[in-house]
Design a protein around this ligand. Structure first.
Ligand code: SF4
Ligand code: SF4
Length: 644
């Protein structure tokens, strides 16, 4: 009976077991928020690439992923594609499905021209993936990666059709063709093969750096193209025959009995029984052939009996990668716009726990917000700890003033008050560990789920002041409200995704006794006017522009999505403006300005109540989101008055 390669199986079962455990825990533990790609080396290498070309880490990547990428590189250069052979979950699934295909006698191994041509696909995918990742600092592979699609539950980063095609290729391809995903489609497989030719990869990179240093302005696209194209040529021309890996499988031709078990067992389909040294690029040093060989001291690693070596090296690399990743953290963005003298004399302020700092996009938004203030010279962000570092003029700011700059006050309507409510009661309190807009979103969900609160607003102080409003008579006692705010966990749904969040809030004080105000005062306290003009508004004379007034009603709960509504309205070329205001009864109304020769109130009413909103993003992309707004017809078709 063939001996099992328990070194490899233990890794494979451990990885699949951990993923299954995380998946099941998600089902039963509502507060559990796993990061399924926390240790993905491919993401780390892409992030490192974008860091070198754009001074920013891709997406929400951290140093741990980068160090795992570095560990992957070292492992491949000195040993082999250990990640592919032992721990990649897609590789494991491909291998196990392939065994099923063999049992069903439906699996084939493409050879010759077909094999060589299909191998080109993964290099093309590698080029495309890196090209778009380095261009945008967002991980492009998330759009089609079957692993990410499955574990994220097809989140918004996934392009559904591409991911379904990739999953189909993984499952059906692996059943009918030997390691179809790994050999022909996996960009990490292509990158791993390139790293096997480290002299090629490092040579091109060194030449590129030299050319940049001598002053040539060369896009990263050229070295990327040369590296990927060269990698493909080196793989299919089997150059490993000329430069074998430092650590490789060797066969003792004297003691070998030519049983062929090694070739039969190799998951890569390498004909080990015909080689003295395994020099094939596909070899992952998985060790299956070593364990299958029935003859003592025949199939060895570098002519020595070290079956344990690849598994031990892989374990050491994983531990080293994680340890190195925890020792330091690269900033997600590191921007400085002050002069060298200003930066030299700048103070450094650091703040952790800013939940909104969670990816490249939110980091850039934060930097843009800070850049608007005089005396701020630079910003770095660290998404793993939700930390920011700000360089500032010490004569203009102290710690509290800087926190005030970073603070974004919010007003949130939780639910519209019903017509029968004529007064509102509020509490004013301070909350520790509550600072950024994401905290406000969590508080909104907490209050919505556990109280009858109708709204709240925040004001800067250390700690932050929060005023929470309830329809009079529906307010909970202080202790009950404190218990709600100090909830340890929160689960909520947004855009069909379920989020589980651990909360750290602590109520420090209730500053006033509760107070009661009229519904009109409440409306005016909570109201934040919104106005936007577009589609050439200023090109039209006042006589040509008409106004269409719509009661806002319960739509005020979605005031944070007015920008989406405005973007959608701009698709009607006759609509030229959008404003909100309070009418004489204190009710919020939306005034939509339009050119009556180009559109009509009926068409506008259809637009604002469409099932989905067609959005134009600042980078030129468009997208659709479900429309949360439902406007009712105005009682009278009164035209809006032009606001001063
Ligand atoms: S040659 Fe041996 S070590 Fe290499 S992939 Fe095949 S079975 Fe694994
Ligand atoms: S399994 Fe061992 S004995 Fe059999 S062919 Fe391969 S090297 Fe030779």
């Amino acid at each position: 009976m063939k001996k099992q390669n328990w070194y490899k199986l233990l890794y494979q079962f451990a990885i699949i077991g951990i993923l299954v455990f995380m998946g099941f825990r998600l089902l039963f533990d509502k507060a559990y928020a796993p990061d399924f790609e926390a240790y993905c080396p491919f993401g780390g290498i892409q992030a490192l690439g974008s860091y070198m070309t754009m001074d920013s880490l891709s997406c929400s990547m951290t140093s741990t992923q980068i160090m795992m990428g570095v560990a992957l590189f070292i492992g491949i250069v000195l040993f082999s594609r250990l990640f592919c052979g032992y721990i990649c979950p897609l590789g494991t699934i491909s291998e196990w499905l392939g065994k099923l295909g063999d049992k069903l006698k439906v699996r084939i191994t493409p050879k010759g021209f077909v094999d060589y041509t299909l191998r080109l696909l993964k290099y093309a995918l590698l080029f495309i993936t890196f090209y778009f990742t380095l261009k945008s600092s967002e991980l492009f592979c998330k759009k089609f990666d079957p692993y990410y699609a499955a574990v994220s539950g097809f989140d918004s980063d996934v392009t559904l059709l591409w991911a379904l095609l990739a999953i189909g290729a993984l499952v059906l391809g692996s059943l009918f063709f030997r390691l179809f995903w790994c050999r022909y489609l996996c960009p990490l497989g292509a990158l791993s093969a390139i790293f096997k030719f480290s002299w090629w990869f490092l040579g091109v990179m060194a030449l590129y750096v030299i050319l940049i240093l001598v002053g040539l302005d060369i896009s990263y696209v050229y070295p990327l193209l040369v590296i990927t194209a060269g990698g493909y040529i080196l793989e299919v021309t089997r150059m490993k025959k000329v430069w074998p890996d430092p650590v490789h499988i060797t066969r003792n031709t004297v003691t070998c009995i030519d049983c062929g078990l090694c070739s039969e067992t190799c998951p890569q389909g390498i004909d080990v029984a015909q080689m003295e040294k395994v020099t094939h690029t596909d070899c992952t040093l998985c060790g299956d052939c070593l364990h299958a060989c029935p003859e003592k001291d025949t199939l060895l690693i570098n002519k020595k009996n070290m079956k344990w070596l690849p598994a031990a090296v892989l374990g050491a690399l994983i531990i080293l990668g994680i340890a190195a990743g925890t020792l330091f953290e690269l900033p997600t963005i590191d921007q400085k716009w002050g002069t060298p003298e200003q930066i030299e004399s700048a103070g450094v302020f650091e703040m952790e726990g800013l939940k909104n700092i969670k990816c490249f996009g939110s980091s850039t938004a934060f930097a843009n917000q800070m850049r608007r203030h005089e005396g701020i010279y630079g910003v770095s962000t660290f998404v793993a700890n939700h930390k920011v570092r700000v360089l500032y003029d010490t004569s203009l700011y102290d710690d509290e003033k800087l926190q005030q700059l970073m603070f974004v006050p919010v007003k949130r309507v939780i639910r519209a008050v019903t017509k029968d409510v004529d007064s509102v009661t509020y509490y004013t309190l301070t909350i520790d560990k509550f600072f950024d807009p994401l905290d406000a979103t969590y508080l909104q969900h907490l209050l919505n789920q556990k109280t009858e609160a109708c709204g709240f607003q925040t004001e800067f102080a250390c700690p932050v002041i929060v005023r929470i409003y309830f329809p009079a008579g529906k307010e909970p006692g202080r202790d009950a409200l404190t218990e709600v705010i100090e909830s340890k966990n929160l689960t909520f749904t947004s855009n069909d995704n379920v989020f589980h969040v651990k909360l750290p809030y602590r109520v420090i004080s209730f500053e006033d006794a509760s107070a009661t105000i009229s519904i009109r005062e409440y409306a005016s306290e909570m109201f934040t006017p919104k106005s936007s003009f577009f589609n050439g508004y200023s090109d039209y004379t006042e006589e040509i522009i008409s106004g269409y007034l719509l009661p806002v009603g319960s739509n005020s709960e979605h005031a944070d999505m007015y920008n989406y509504l405005i973007s959608h309205l701009s698709n009607d070329e006759g609509v030229v403006g959008f404003e909100t205001r309070l009418d004489e009864n204190g009710d919020e109304v939306a005034a939509i300005w339009y050119v009556d020769t180009l559109t009509t109130p009926g068409e506008i009413f259809g637009y604002v109540n469409a099932d989905t909103l067609l959005i134009h993003f600042s980078d030129g992309r468009t997208g659709r989101v479900p429309n949360p707004f439902r406007f009712r017809e105005p009682d009278s078709a009164a035209a809006a008055e032009r606001l001063p």
